[in-house]
Ligand binder design. Structure first.
Ligand SMILES: [Zn+2]
Length: 267
């Protein structure tokens, strides 16, 4: 008889936010411009015997320099869900933008999991152009190169199952080597889309986010994310404040701080 696929809990930890407008987010602007704030998250995926962290957020110094409202250190905040940062053995980096890979040095014992094409782009010829360089922090990219020399970086060329019920999937477009995580939970397969879709609206209305390497790849990745998820309600966008409204907090005191994504959404 086939082994039962493990079920994971997923915690979304909100660590920063910023005010923004709809016209900041969509290619082609928006005819109905208005406020559209952006939240910043890291995700902890907790299985019966394995814990995975997905992305590491940015530091207060980098966030402040970039005009973001820093709320709490994403790595220190792991303690809110009973995870000791020193005990994290595996960390997925969905892509190398500053808001997803900062703080990696605070995970002293982790191996990191990245797509090789993301590393190639972030260390390649297009970074000389401000449009592409803007999303990267030089120190983060160099830091990941150093981790590779320390044999703490695993790089993949495409989809990869890291554990039963937890797999990574190549979904480029926003960046050249973005990957999403597919997680088996009590409600089925949830996809942490990260910046394959910053907001629900990107994927639902086929409107790519303003920063892209390839619009065509972004649209193809929307479809791939949809295929990987059990339903549209199983897709978690990377920056949408609606995530904190739709999913239950882990406790009353952690409302708008930590939400359970393996629980059914409301609305
Ligand atoms: Zn992002």
């Amino acid at each position: 008889m086939a082994e039962k696929v493990p079920e994971y809990k997923i915690f979304a930890i909100k660590y920063a936010t910023r005010d923004a407008r709809r016209s900041d987010h969509f290619i082609g602007g928006d005819p109905h411009d208005g406020p559209m704030p952006m939240d910043y998250f890291t995700w902890a995926v907790v299985g019966p015997d394995r814990v995975f962290l997905v992305d590491t957020g940015f530091s207060e110094a980098v966030g402040t320099r970039r005009g973001r409202q820093f709320l709490r250190c994403p790595i220190d905040s792991l303690k809110l869900v009973d995870i000791d940062p020193d005990a994290v053995t595996d960390c997925v980096i969905t892509h190398l933008h500053y808001d997803h890979v900062g703080n990696f040095s605070k995970l002293r014992h982790a191996r990191f999991h990245l797509q090789e094409r993301e590393m190639a782009f972030a260390t390649g010829r297009y970074v000389r152009y401000g449009y592409f360089a803007h999303g990267f922090e030089e120190d983060d990219v160099v830091g990941m190169v150093r981790l590779n020399f320390k044999r703490r970086l695993e790089m993949y060329d495409g989809d990869m199952e890291l554990a039963p019920g937890f797999s990574l999937h190549f979904a480029p477009g926003h960046t050249a080597g973005l990957q999403v995580a597919r997680v088996h939970t009590q409600r089925g397969y949830v996809v942490l889309a990260s910046d394959a879709s910053h907001y629900y609206e990107n994927i639902q209305k086929n409107r790519p986010f303003i920063a892209v390497v390839s619009i065509a790849d972004t649209l193809d990745s929307f479809r791939k994310v949809e295929r990987l998820a059990d339903s549209p309600r199983h897709i978690i966008p990377g920056h949408d404040p609606l995530v904190m409204k739709r999913y239950p907090a882990t406790s009353a005191s952690l409302k708008d701080v930590v939400a359970r994504l393996d629980a059914d959404p409301v609305g």
